[in-house]
Design a protein around this ligand. Structure first.
Ligand SMILES: Cc1cc2nc3c(=O)[nH]c(=O)nc-3n(C[C@H](O)[C@H](O)[C@H](O)COP(=O)(O)OP(=O)(O)OC[C@H]3O[C@@H](n4cnc5c(N)ncnc54)[C@H](O)[C@@H]3O)c2cc1C
Length: 413
């Protein structure tokens, strides 16, 4: 609804990255009126400048949120199943696989662990879904410039000079979230001096739906299955290294880089051929002091950032959305009020803190290159893998199995 240059919506989603677009689809599909703004228009083709060449492995619990958002049927035809998570401990020069441990989804479920999709394709399908929803407006090229809140509503001044009045502002505006700052919510940040290279490769040996994490030093080298490309097996790669080494790799010519990546992968799927451009991502861990402010809910990287290990980042974000959606549906008249937002913080905080702390520890362990530390890492992994109940519990926790709750919805003690 417009009144001069002011629009009224139930929800303003500030940020149209993968998380913000999903939130707009989810709340729109639930019948709320939504405005989503982002200064950077989404890039929806792999070969275009600025394309996000990462992929997202959606784990089982995220599927329900994608279904509720009306996205799953659009995404499923483009997804590669993740049936097995393989951890390889490598050593030597040139590196070779010293131990291989498989975590098979069949141990805990009839379904795969998850489904992998390229991020640029997610944006394409999400923008198309928003176009189907008359109650959702998406304004790319427009930023949230200022935010004022009071007990009953939020008023955002947008960069095109208009204003938006909303009952709830969902901050999905990334790790440097301007909305988080406007709400006066602090963050704790942990830095590693690491960067991740993200790109896709084809390879002669089929991946057989195995997601493979190879540990040596500097961080893991991960190959995540994608659907075949022109009839050739195809995987998304996330390669974490110390910053200067990552930048050197990103500047190598194609033949030199292919030789380096094939060696670093221990030729697990044979020689790797680069199938995309290369993007470089700084790696940090970060957690906001709170998830709620007056009329404001922080989600996704505005609330938490983790290194890309175990496909947790966006899956935690979808859990944020699932929780907010549940609270909004249960008491729509209380959308964005202090009771709803306190409940959101209470329900999500402990799980987020546990995952940020756990992934921080895994990342530090994975960076270790010294042989004694690598042997320690291998022994710990053997312990976690070889004892069946421990292995099953670990897999369930990695998927984000929901913890038990008390009657008021807080995590059970
Ligand atoms: C290499 C790598 C691999 C990964 N792989 C996985 C994986 O397999 N599985 C998984 O779950 N997660 C994964 N992640 C994490 C996942 O990619 C991120 O969690 C996710 O992309 C972050 O999404 P976001 O929407 O929160 O943030 P962003 O993508 O940063 O989006 C924030 C948006 O906010 C916009 N914005 C900024 N300022 C404003 C403003 N003032 N007003 C409005 N909008 C604004 C920005 O333009 C931007 O578009 C990976 C991360 C990395 C680095």
């Amino acid at each position: 609804m417009a009144d001069g240059s002011t629009t009224h919506h139930d929800i303003l989603v500030s940020g149209g990255g993968v998380a913000g677009l999903t939130a707009a689809c989810a709340f729109g599909s639930a019948g709320f009126s939504v405005l989503c703004v982002d200064p950077a228009p989404p890039v929806t083709e792999a070969a275009a400048d600025g394309a996000d060449l990462r992929s997202t492995a959606f784990l089982q619990p995220s599927r329900a949120v994608l279904e509720a958002a009306g996205l799953w049927d659009r995404l499923a035809p483009h997804a590669a199943d993740l049936q097995v998570m393989r951890i390889v401990e490598a050593g030597g020069d040139p590196p070779e696989a010293r131990s291989v441990r498989d975590f098979d989804a069949a141990d805990i479920s009839d379904l795969p662990f998850g489904w992998n999709l390229p991020n640029w394709l997610l944006r394409r399908e999400m923008v198309a879904r928003i176009a189907e929803l008359p109650n959702v407006a998406f304004r790319p090229g427009v930023a949230t410039a200022r935010l004022f809140t009071r007990e009953t509503e939020a008023i955002a001044r947008l960069s095109d000079g208009t204003r938006c009045r909303a009952r709830l502002v969902v901050a999905a505006d990334g790790r440097n979230s301007p909305v988080r700052e406007a709400a006066g919510i602090g963050v704790q940040t942990m830095r590693y001096g690491q960067k991740a290279l993200a790109f896709t490769v084809t390879h002669p040996i089929p991946h057989q739906n195995v997601s493979t994490e190879i540990h040596l030093s500097g961080g893991p080298f991960t190959l995540v299955p994608l659907p075949d490309l022109d009839g050739r097996p195809h995987s998304a790669v996330v390669w974490m290294e110390e910053g200067p080494r990552a930048l050197d790799l990103a500047q190598m010519d194609r033949a030199a880089l292919e030789a380096e990546m094939s060696a670093r992968s221990c030729y697990h799927f044979g020689p790797l051929s680069l199938a995309s451009q290369i993007t470089v991502w700084p790696i940090i861990s970060q957690i906001a002091d709170r998830l709620d402010g007056e009329r404001v809910a922080l989600i996704a990287e505005a609330a938490h950032v983790v290194p890309p290990i175990g496909a947790q980042g966006l899956n935690m974000s979808l859990a944020d959305m699932g929780c907010l959606l549940e609270l909004a549906r249960a008491r729509p008249e209380g959308l964005g009020d202090a009771e709803m937002l306190r409940a959101y913080h209470r329900r999500r905080w402990a799980d987020i803190r546990l995952r940020v702390t756990g992934i921080d520890a895994l990342n530090r362990a994975s960076m270790a290159g010294a042989p004694a530390l690598a042997a320690l890492r291998d022994r710990a992994m053997r312990l976690l893998h070889d004892v069946r109940p421990v292995r099953r519990t670990l897999m369930q926790a990695g998927l984000g199995a929901r913890p038990a709750r008390t009657a008021d919805g807080a995590p059970a003690p």
